[in-house]
Design a binder for this molecule. Structure first.
Ligand code: SF4
Ligand code: SF4
Length: 473
């Protein structure tokens, strides 16, 4: 059996750790399984591991070569000192670490400590910049949120503000985005609410046209403010019109990564395929993460893709939208996403497929390059951040490393050095994939005759298997 891409992986790229289920807000739209469950909230007990156990989990993640960790909850800043300790632990072990927080418990001292601990960024939530709507949707005070947002913006720590959208605030996306942009927010997401699996389907959820309206508002906001816009849900790709689908929007590139690139660890160390999933695949305190990841094979084998999507031209990149959204509405992970429109014959055009690579096009090595071995045969690597990671066979990785060590070079020089005469199209495909992984970058700097590539002995890459360069995450 030929195993490709994510199928060759031995552990996730990124893990969300729910360090507590305690929260000072009461968002009815919260996806955290216990916090949002009204029954559970009434009997709320602090159900969380101590710092020592969390550090054991941290060691398991380092052992499994996980690249990225998100500290989440509940509200993680109900445990400020532990958050700082964990951020420090992951930075020391070269694992990128970010924080999901409602911000309201942040203090200037903790913010400084988190910056010193090299926290990479914050994702926060704001359903509206109207006091009454903010209060109705979170139970918290808008003024407290805005005060802390100001602190973070002044500190220059990267922050994305996410607006969960349901029928209460769907008419406020532009207003909220504009107000946040005026404060200096440069990264804004509006995410249609997906019901919590612990709760019945909420009648406040948006329908297909409501979700499309949110996307139009995001596009408008990008045009009006220049903000980076996104939605944090993996929406069915048949929901987008062709122009949007082929455009350069991050929200059209998302696809379900549960049990594939990501997984979630709950308050007791139980591992789930994603934060929205209810099923535990084992405890990371009792066995290695890689063994638990193996049990999530059905997610990577696309076993939960609905039958209705199997013949769709977009299924490779869409995988049927969100599986837990489907389960919340229709009771099964195999059900169609409630926002699915219809299968389509067309595929999504990759912006990398249309990269214009000519003889004098110059390539450089990216400054950041991370990689890990996936057993004997495969390697996962990326420049930039883990979102652009690709998993390939070892031969491709070796080629990438050799190429990087010889860059900058023009396309013509690469053809000569690696003897790709007559196989230029194939090389273009290879290089486009490496650009996608950000292991190499297109460079505007001209390469002079003194380029270190010029005049060196050619390296033969006999049968570089371009078809094993994986585009899928
Ligand atoms: S099941 Fe849904 S929420 Fe979970 S990772 Fe997939 S798309 Fe995201
Ligand atoms: S039919 Fe299914 S696979 Fe195709 S775009 Fe819609 S949800 Fe995705």
């Amino acid at each position: 059996m030929i195993r490709l891409g994510a199928d060759m992986r031995t552990s996730p790229l990124s893990v969300q750790i729910e360090i507590t289920d305690v929260c000072n807000h009461q968002c009815a739209h919260c996806y955290h399984l216990d916090v949002a469950a009204a029954e559970m909230r009434k009997i709320a007990k602090r159900r969380e591991l101590n710092l020592k156990s969390l550090l054991v989990i941290g060691e398991r993640l380092v052992e499994a070569n996980v690249f990225n960790v998100v500290l989440t909850g509940g509200e993680p800043l109900t445990r400020k000192r532990d958050v700082v300790e964990l951020a420090l632990f992951f930075a020391t072990n070269e694992v990128n670490c970010s924080l999901n927080t409602n911000l309201t418990l942040l203090t200037p001292e903790v913010l400084t400590a988190l910056k010193n601990a090299r926290l990479s960024g914050i994702l926060t939530s704001c359903p509206s910049t109207r006091e009454d709507v903010y209060k109705a949707m979170t139970g918290g005070r808008l003024s407290s949120f805005l005060e802390k947002l100001r602190l973070v913006l002044d500190s220059q720590l990267p922050i994305t503000v996410n607006m969960v959208v349901n029928q209460l605030n769907a008419h406020l996306v532009r207003e909220t985005g504009l107000a946040l942009s005026e404060m200096g927010v440069s990264s804004f997401a509006a995410s249609p609410m997906t019901p919590n699996l612990s709760l019945p389907v909420s009648e406040r959820s948006l329908g297909i046209e409501g979700v499309r309206g949110v996307l139009e508002d995001l596009k408008w906001l990008h045009g009006a403010t220049g903000m980076k816009v996104d939605t944090l849900e993996s929406l069915p790709k048949c929901l987008f019109d062709t122009d949007t689908l082929d455009g350069d929007w991050n929200f059209t590139s998302r696809s379900c990564q549960a049990g594939r690139a990501t997984m979630a660890i709950g308050c007791q160390g139980e591992v789930r395929a994603c934060t929205h999933c209810t099923v535990s695949y084992g405890s990371v305190l009792l066995e290695p993460l890689k063994r638990i990841y193996e049990r999530m094979e059905p997610w990577r084998a696309d076993e939960f893709v609905p039958d209705a999507c199997r013949e769709c031209g977009l299924v490779e990149t869409c995988r049927g939208g969100c599986r837990t959204n489907a389960a919340a509405y229709f009771g099964s992970l195999n059900a169609p996403d409630p926002w699915m429109v219809a299968p389509t014959e067309a595929g999504k055009r990759s912006k990398y497929a249309s990269l214009e690579i000519e003889g004098m096009t110059v390539f450089s090595a990216s400054p950041v390059f991370r990689h890990r071995s996936e057993g004997e045969d495969a390697v996962t690597f990326f420049g930039g951040n883990f979102h652009s990671a690709v998993t390939t066979n070892k031969q491709m990785f070796d080629f990438c490393c050799d190429l990087r060590s010889n860059l900058p070079m023009t396309f013509s020089q690469i053809v000569s050095r690696y003897k790709f005469h007559g196989k230029e199209e194939r090389l273009r495909l290879v290089l486009a994939s490496l650009v996608k992984s950000r292991a190499i970058v297109l460079d505007a700097t001209p390469v002079g005759e003194t380029s270190k590539a010029t005049g060196e002995a050619a390296v033969t890459v006999q049968d570089l298997p371009a078809e094993t360069i994986i585009q899928r995450r």
